[in-house]
Structures are given as C-alpha cells and as structure tokens.
Design a protein around this ligand. Structure first.
Ligand code: URA
Length: 218
C-alpha cells in the first residue's frame, strides 16, 4: 500500500503523561520534579503535514527538545540541522533555539523515532518499538510524503520497521539512498549530534552533501 494514501484516523500522539514505557515515564517524572517550568513531555513533530520530506531524529535531548517541546530546539544538534534547512530552502525565518522564534519549515517536517527523553540519550529496543505506532501514524498523515531522512542508525531502523521492511535488506551508510516497497525513499545521514560533529564523523560539508541528494529527489 502506498504511504501516499490518506487515513481517516486521527494522528496518533503520545499522551503528555504517556506511561507506555515505564522507564521513560519514571525519568520524565524525575525531570518534571527537577525542572517544573520546562516542557518535559513527549515531543510532537514540527512542520507541515503537507511536506514531502520527513526528517526522523533519535529522541529529545534533556535540555533541548525535552525543555522546549520542539524537536532539535535547544539541542546542540539543532544548530547544524536548522542552519542546513535554512541554507537549502527547507526553512524560513531565523532559528533562535526557541519554539517562539517564528522559524517555519518549508516542505519539511521533523519528528523523532522516540518521543520521550531517554536516560543518557539511549532508548532501549523495546522503547523504540513501543513508539513505532506514532511514527507510522505520522507517515500516514503526510499525504505527499516522498523522502524520509534518517538521522543515524536507530532512526534508519525505525523507518524500516515502520515501513514493514527487513532490516538486513538495507544497510545504513551516510548518504545512502533506499527505495522502499511503500514508495518512500529513505535517505540516511549520520546523526548531527555533538559527539559526531566533535569527532568529525560528521562535518558540515558531509551533512550538506546529504541535503544536496535530498533536494535533487524533491
Ligand atoms: N533532539 C531531537 O529532537 N532529536 C534528536 O535526535 C536529537 C536532539
């Protein structure tokens, strides 16, 4: 079935106090007590549902998306991601690392494989699987979805599972492009995390190369 098919079902969103993953719910409660004025809830996707491009990250960072409620906003990783989106015309406005900065995404939406903050930024396999219905629903609610950009191996695998594909059939490589059975093109990039950029596993030109591939496919 093509992912371009619309669904009548409402977009599936984790509840603000989602209890599906006990470890993540306990960590959220801890962080709510520590930082009561911050977002501390499953982070919703950002950008228009009409977009052709969906970017899938890993999970919110503690003082980034988990504090602000917008993916990659306040996270170190967001600096490179949003500057690249602005450079490639996939965003307009100014990125000020705050959800009220007025930044708008153009033909692009951003979500995470896991919606809640995981301890040490490491969700377990079970937690990734439990969050899969939310990613699937996201796909079904993007009638023009054409390209899914996976930031890192966990996002790559989550996209494959959500699309009903065998993981062994699609190897993750930076800049790798995969045509999926559901009509979507999966394009991989190393995650734009602080660790990857400081170790130079991912440089800005390498990240931009992937956006060149994406732009040529849109
Ligand atoms: N912030 C997010 O929202 N997702 C990531 O994968 C990293 C930081």
């Amino acid at each position: 079935m093509s992912q371009k098919m619309q669904t009548n079902k409402p977009l599936l969103m984790p509840k603000p106090d989602c209890q599906i993953c006990p470890r993540l719910a306990a960590f959220r409660a801890e962080n709510r007590a520590k930082y009561p004025d911050k977002f501390n809830a499953p982070v919703p996707s950002f950008g228009p549902e009409s977009a052709e491009l969906l970017i899938v990250g890993l999970a919110p960072g503690l003082k980034g998306a988990n504090f602000t409620g917008r993916p990659f906003t306040g996270d170190f990783a967001g600096e490179l991601l949003y500057s690249s989106l602005l450079k490639y015309g996939l965003a307009q406005g100014e990125f000020k690392a705050h959800p009220d900065d007025g930044l708008e995404l153009i033909n692009c939406r951003i979500t995470n494989a896991v919606r809640c903050l995981p301890p040490e930024n490491k969700p377990t396999g079970d937690e990734i699987n439990q969050c899969q219905p939310f990613l699937k629903s996201q796909f079904d609610h993007m009638p023009n979805l054409k390209i899914v950009m996976a930031l890192g191996l966990i996002a790559h695998n989550a996209v494959l599972k959500t699309s009903g594909e065998k993981l062994s059939a699609y190897k993750f490589t930076h800049g790798g492009q995969h045509e999926l059975g559901n009509g979507l093109t999966l394009i991989d990039s190393y995650h734009c995390s602080k660790y990857n950029t400081s170790t130079r596993r991912l440089t800005e030109p390498m990240f931009h190369d992937v956006f060149e591939i994406i732009k040529s496919n849109l």
